[in-house]
Ligand binder design. Structure first.
Ligand code: UD1
Ligand code: CA
Length: 455
């Protein structure tokens, strides 16, 4: 038995009021559909089949996961019709799992449990849930022995059926042979004139089968997204889950509802994260790291006991242990800081390696630079790395002292133990161990008279 997973994702999502197809709307910065595909892949299926229609071209462009084939449903004639489009990928010996592209947070354990219910005697298993307000959903109709008889859509239901609180989540697992047979008999003779996938339940019952059901642990697993408010609700609930995962790993969060994780974050022990921190991409925080309020960290690896002070922005960088960063530091891509480095307020640093114990504490721009250890860069130092056409490198040796308000015009080298006088514009190699400065001599005009106002 091979597992095939069909993801229905052709719907328009009119209520999103967006140019972006619904299944590409972001949850934690990742398209809804990508969440579903990622969960599907965890089940190691033989194939994942995406049924797309509205915005199919852009969906195909944006979603590039492997092991995925696309089926086009040019007209959205219903969920049954959508599954029919995938028929050519389904064999009689398969087990088919139906998922929805706009229901992103189903746990893999829940799906495993559902799949476990399908066997020779039970070709159809449904994921259902009891809702206080079942409005809008298909109702699960059971007989007096509590066996499922059929699913009735909201628009086709009578008053008695409308009162049923057990609803169809849409997610089901079906044996391939029976599914292909039942799909062939679907009709659109109903209130919406659609080919309902849910009609196969009554067909299975008519064929003498007992329908199996299971339920998710949490309603969040089956929540779909139809409008921006639901998207926001789901985002907040999901973010809270992710925050709880971090706390389970040992992180201390000042407020679990004021943190945003748009990627993967791993933390060591005793990591502290203050409020309004945004993580993007792959972030790794070693033991004892502290992140101050209002920081944005993207694709960052941070060594043990490093402190990031508030309002710092770090993108694609690797930071050593026991560094002090910020407040208000901006660390840009391809930067690597060794241990005990200090990067202070209003410092921008890009494509630069900084050696152990070096300090750039105030108001500097350091780009395309290789800096040794125990260097001290004075306030307002600028590496002039761009000549208007090309970028050039600056080399700074070990134990260098750069006086404040200096410009290092690249390409340029500063030797080990060199000192640069404050206010210098350095255009040539500064030799090691020497004081180099470029500065007009200071003069004082004796007896100079201040101008006076003409009347
Ligand atoms: C469907 C179920 C309903 C269930 C509900 C759960 C049917 C007939 N009804 O209703 O029992 O309670 O989901 O949310 O199945 N889609 C296509 N092509 C189509 C139609 C839909 O790909 O022609 C996709 C949509 O993009 C969406 C999913 O199928 O991802 C569900 O479609 P939707 O129209 O929202 O179904 P409901 O009417 O809500
Ligand atoms: Ca729906």
């Amino acid at each position: 038995m091979a597992l095939k997973i069909v993801i229905l994702a052709a719907g328009k999502g009119t209520r999103m009021r967006s140019n972006l197809p619904k299944v590409l709307q972001p949850l934690a910065a990742k398209p809804l559909l990508s969440h579903v595909i990622a969960t599907a892949e965890l089940l190691s299926p033989e194939q994942v089949i995406g049924v797309i229609g509205h915005g199919a071209e852009i969906v195909k462009q944006r979603i590039v996961e492997s092991n995925l084939v696309w089926c086009l449903q040019t007209e959205q004639l219903g969920t049954g019709h959508a599954v029919q489009q995938a028929e050519s990928f389904i064999n009689a010996s398969d087990t088919v799992l139906i998922l929805y592209g706009d229901v992103p947070l189903t746990r893999v354990e829940t799906l495993e449990q559902l799949l476990f219910l399908v066997d020779e005697k039970h070709p159809l298993a449904l994921l259902t849930i009891e809702l206080e307000n079942p409005s809008g959903y298909g109702r699960i109709v059971r007989d007096s022995d509590l066996f499922v008889q059929q699913i009735v859509e909201q628009k086709d239901a009578n008053l008695e059926q409308l009162a049923i609180q057990e609803v169809n989540t849409g997610i089901m697992a079906v044996n391939g042979q029976q599914l292909l047979g039942w799909l062939a008999h679907l009709s659109n003779n109903n209130a919406q004139g659609e080919y309902y996938l849910t009609d196969i339940i009554a067909m299975a019952v008519a064929d003498g089968y007992q329908i199996q059901t299971s339920s998710p642990n949490d309603v969040i697993e089956v929540l779909g997204v139809n409008n921006k408010q639901q998207l926001q609700d789901l985002e907040r609930q999901y973010q809270f889950q992710l925050a709880c995962n971090l706390m389970e790993q040992g992180a201390t969060l000042i407020d679990a509802s004021r943190i945003d994780i748009r990627g993967n974050v791993s933390v060591g022990q005793d990591v502290e994260i203050d409020v309004n921190v945004v993580f993007e991409g792959q972030v790794k925080l070693a033991d004892g790291v502290k992140i101050g309020a209002n920081c944005v960290l993207k694709d960052v690896e941070i060594g043990a006991n490093t402190v990031i002070k508030p309002f710092s922005h770090i993108d694609n960088a690797k930071l050593g242990q026991s560094c002090q960063i910020g407040p208000y530091a901006r660390i840009r891509p391809d930067t690597e800081l060794a241990d005990q480095v200090h990067i202070g307020n209003f410092v921008e640093i890009k494509k630069t390696q900084v050696g152990q114990g070096s300090k750039v504490n105030h108001l500097s721009y350091i780009g395309d630079t290789q800096m040794g250890s125990l260097v001290n860069i004075g306030a307002g130092t600028i590496t002039c790395n761009y000549d208007g056409v090309n970028k050039h490198k600056t080399f700074i040796g070990d134990r260098v002292f750069i006086g404040s308000d200096s410009q290092l015009v690249a390409p340029v080298s500063i030797g080990d133990d060199a000192t640069i006088g404050a206010g210098s514009t350095i255009t040539k190699t500064a030799p090691e161990g020497e004081l180099t400065l470029s500065r007009a001599k200071q003069l004082t005009i004796k007896g100079w008279q201040k101008p006076t106002k003409k009347i």
